[in-house]
Design a protein around this ligand. Sequence first.
Ligand code: DNO
Length: 396
Amino acid sequence: MRQGWRWYGPDSGVTLDAVRQAGATDIVTALHQIPIGETWTVADVAKRKSLIEATPEGRIPLRWSVVESIPVADAIKRKGAAAKQEIECWITSMKAVAENDIKIICYNFMPVVDWTRTDLDFVTPTGSTAMRFDQDRFAAFDLHILARPDAERDYSDDDRQRAKTVFDQMSDSEISDLTRNIASALPGSTTESLTIEGFRERLELYADIDTERFRQNFIEFLDAVAPVAEELGVKLALHPDDPPRSLFGLPRVVSSASDYARLFEAVPVRSNGMCFCTGSLGVRADNDVVEIARQFAPRIYFAHLRATKREADPRTFHEAAHLEGDIDMVAVLRELLAENGRRSEAEQIVFRPDHGQRMLSDLKEDSAPGYPAVGRLRGLAELRGIITALQSQTAA
Ligand code: DNO
């Protein structure tokens, strides 16, 4: 498998040499500077590619092999095939990527909010910090800060009481931190940063879109883009919902094995594939992550490897060290390696150590939440250790 590293560009504080030192060979990035919904040009992509691939004398070459992500405009999520112009724009961006010989594109289809956490620096027992989704803080935001109409219906009496207690104890600065974490979009997000007012307006636009309508809109998008991807030799890697359940009463349709199965059955072209994210899928106890890897193996074009740990209230979770979460990472890697062994050199699975806790020098430096250098380096080193051990067992 090819070892990837998400890179947020030259100003991100993580250098390309740091990526080399972590042992990765493949860069995962996007044109983050281009606003959502604007078309990427061949020249824009080429410029970023040459920054990554112009290898200084004596250094190991890096290759930009995965685009994560081309954002799917909100209009597509709401209107499906009727969002003609936005779909055209997405296809043009995909073509610009393919023209530059980058053949894996990761994307997601979550409405209004992309990946969501309530806390970015939750202190763990080692003194490192982790991201966390705290169900009570989330409910406090939904019920008392966003004050979403009818939100009460989504919570039990007990949930509401706990959320009220949490909210009453929050200082103004905690309220603004929580609002920023949830509404203003985490790094790499493919949804816009929203004010509370904008958030309410956006939710209003989804008032009549139920789960089946939303799934249908997604299928219409796939019907339009997947055949073009196929012609271009591009593999589409659909990232699961994070967390894999409805938030704010909104539909989410990429949360489980059966969700993926429905999308693959609806649009069976080979290019319609998966970004297998152990961290997102693993949040749900009823997602058997190892079985999902086995079931969809030939459709896995990209993998995010990280671990989450459910807490006393299993809706609350934090991002554990890569081998310390709820999933069996060794069994996951066994499945991925088996699939990888069936593929040609050109079709090897690219994975990246997803997220990392902030530790050691990370704690003194700014980095994109979830993407510190040392925490990810630890994750990649641990994953590489497992891979090496499994490979040597197979060879023996
Ligand atoms: C967070 C992520 C997301 C994810 C995109 C995929 O770290 O996993 O940014 O990459 O939602 O499109």
